[in-house]
Write a protein that binds this ligand. Sequence first.
Ligand code: GLA
Length: 398
Amino acid sequence: MQPPLEAPGSELDELERLERRFAEVHGPGATPRRFFSPGRVNLMGAHLDYNGGPVMPVALDRGTIIMLRPRSDDRLELASTLEPGGLSTCLSDLPRAPSGRWYDYPLGVIVRMLRDGDSHVGADVLFGGNLPIGAGLSSSASICVGTAFAFRALWGRPDDPLACIEAALWGEREWVGVQCGIMDPYAVALSRPGHVLWVECRDRAYEHLPLDGTDLLVSIVDTGIRRELAKGDFNLRVSECGQALERLRAQGERAAVLSEVPPEAVASAAGDLGPVLTLRARHVVEEMARTRAARMALLDGDVEALGRCISATHASLRDLYEVSVPELDCLVDAAIAVPGVLGSRLTGAGFGGCVLVLLRAEAREAFSEGVRDAFERRFGRRPPLFFFQSGGGPREYV
Ligand code: GLA
């Protein structure tokens, strides 16, 4: 069951709903502790994280809510209001392999934390919130970082965003098996309200760049398309980039990561790379230049230029990286046709999910109607659409 994008309810309503559900699922007892972990959109740096380039994510004010109550034994009881089924097990005898169910994500994080020597106090846990799952808004990093954050609090460990990032990455890569880059857990763990997070993925240096939102809005429009295949398609792109770098290096290229290969070197190696790897490598090296230009535009307050970079990224994801679908292209084309819309692109890995749109506040009505009408004319339904404020990292409700 997906939470409807247009009826988010207040966070307070969601908390009350989850508290009632917690008692139904886990029975009476002490009041659970309550944690929030955000989702994210990525403005620029599309598919650059695993190619060693920079990324520009922003955390959302929507995310995962985790309710958690310690137990007197070592049992682990995981349930969710967003997905059916749950896990009932012991920390001393956890499953040895993922099951393909939603709880692989938090379980992978817990497996890693126990290997690091964390405590063995069990817990009753309920996951919920208002972040659509599998929609390119990083629901998986939200749940993984949030799990690490909440269990560190439960087990009396100090707040440590980098430790949460490591546990989340291990959970997704080694347990679930998605070869994701570092952007999503960094965005979830380290974002600040009113800022874009800039991460140089090659050495993991990061900084917070102010996002002046006075006259600007960011919207998310959901195609409703969810592709289970996307994990396989994503891993294929990761491996194509690895192959492209290997072939370029075999030709004498010295760059250690694909994003740092000069565009001319990609052009002159096209014969060796073949058509597909050439397209992938072109996206990566061109996105690298675009992302640096977008950073300058952001720092200069030139939102028109920033918007143009965002839309050019979408064209590259569609034509060179080939991770778009007609529903995403329809939303982007309809959005950028509206006066006052500065830029639009698919967010996340692609293959479905959402587009993000940067627009001037005065264009809000024309944009909302224009985009929904255009999508309905072509696909026969009105897509969910919402506006968000940039948010911060995980926190406990007190
Ligand atoms: C997914 C991955 C990220 C990143 C983006 C594309 O969200 O989890 O690591 O590669 O796709 O930019």
